[in-house]
Design a binder for this molecule. Structure first.
Ligand SMILES: [Zn+2]
Length: 338
């Protein structure tokens, strides 16, 4: 099935100026996070006219339950991926449309009809797919340039992973139109490795950064929307989910853990891109070893078992070579590129 959630995507230097016109007198309610909201407020002081709820920090069932809102015609999500995931569920359950103002370019949460749900300990629980109407994603360059570079970098990695995961699941092409479109979009996501997306380039916010931001926030989300199970998550995300069971990995961003998972996945399939990806991740400062992620060799059996469970949950069509997976983790305890 082909699924899309977003009606309009507006990435411009003045995108927030059109918010009032979009709301058009409806009763709006803002779900906001901690840091990004202050930046949005500085760019658009009028946003404080709407009632707000403060996001608790994790997309959990309890948090969605807590955010039952009354007398609301449209919900505004102002924040990062977990906040957006929570807002999508709240909007869906209450039958109201959503407007998303990402304060970070770090993931495709603003573009997908699904939410990743964590348990109360911050461990990945599941993802729910549902019909949600996102009227517009408002990407204001003044807001995104003010976000920390690390989040952008993690977003780039997560988006590059779309290419490798889609190819892992479906190869280079498919007779299914949706999957084939997903593969074509994913290939474009893979090209981000060729661009200069260094911190100075991000701060300058030139054409390459804008191109990357559009791929992180929109095109990357459309990959799964078109290809569905054929282009969605694979081993890289299974490793991410498995890593998230270890407390020491909690301070690392989603994309950083996916990047490590990508190394595991590409080694698993014997890809010639594996060393190239490892050097690329090291160059942009992302973790490439278990040691960096705070894991020791004794954790490997538990990690392997967790990856096995995660790929089973994904109903991956590709069988997992458990023995080889264990060897790969043993080889990735320490980083070669220091
Ligand atoms: Zn991801």
């Amino acid at each position: 099935m082909i699924r899309q959630a977003v009606l309009e995507y507006d990435h411009a230097d003045d995108a927030l100026e059109r918010l009032d016109e979009l709301i058009d007198g409806r009763r709006a309610h803002v779900l906001r996070g901690q840091n990004g909201f202050d930046v949005v407020k500085r760019v658009l002081p009028a946003i404080t006219a709407y009632p707000t709820s403060l996001f608790g920090g994790e997309c959990t069932d309890a948090e969605v339950e807590r955010l039952r809102l009354k007398n609301v015609d449209v919900l505004l999500a102002v924040g990062g991926g977990k906040l957006v995931d929570t807002a999508k569920l709240v909007a869906y359950r209450q039958g109201v449309p959503l407007i998303v103002i990402p304060t970070l370019a770090s993931n495709c949460a603003a573009f997908t009809p699904l939410s990743v749900i964590y348990d109360e300990h911050g461990t990945y629980d599941r993802y729910d797919v549902f019909r949600v109407v996102i009227e517009r994603v408002i990407v204001d360059a003044r807001v995104v340039t003010d976000s920390p570079y690390d989040y952008f970098r993690a977003g780039v990695i997560d988006t590059v992973a779309k290419f490798y995961e889609a190819r892992y699941l479906s190869g280079d092409s498919s007779p299914d139109a949706g999957v084939n479109t997903g593969l074509a979009l994913a290939e474009q996501c893979g090209r981000l490795v060729e661009l200069d997306l260094s911190e100075s380039s991000f701060t300058a916010y030139g054409p390459e950064t804008r191109f990357a931001v559009d791929h992180i926030l929109a095109v990357g989300g459309a990959v799964g929307g078109f290809g569905d199970a054929g282009t969605r998550v694979a081993v890289a995300h299974a490793v991410h989910n498995a890593l998230s069971r270890f407390e020491s990995t909690h301070p690392f961003l989603h994309g950083d853990k996916v990047g490590f998972g990508l190394l595991v996945q590409e080694r698993l399939r014997g890809s010639s891109d594996a060393p190239y990806l490892e050097a690329w991740l090291a160059r942009i400062g992302a973790p490439t070893s278990l040691e960096t992620l705070g894991l020791v060799p004794a954790d490997i059996p538990q990690l392997v078992e967790a990856v096995r469970v995660e790929t089973e949950l994904q109903r991956s069509p590709v069988p997992l070579d458990i023995d080889y997976l264990k060897i790969i983790f043993e080889n990735l305890v320490f980083s070669v590129y220091k």
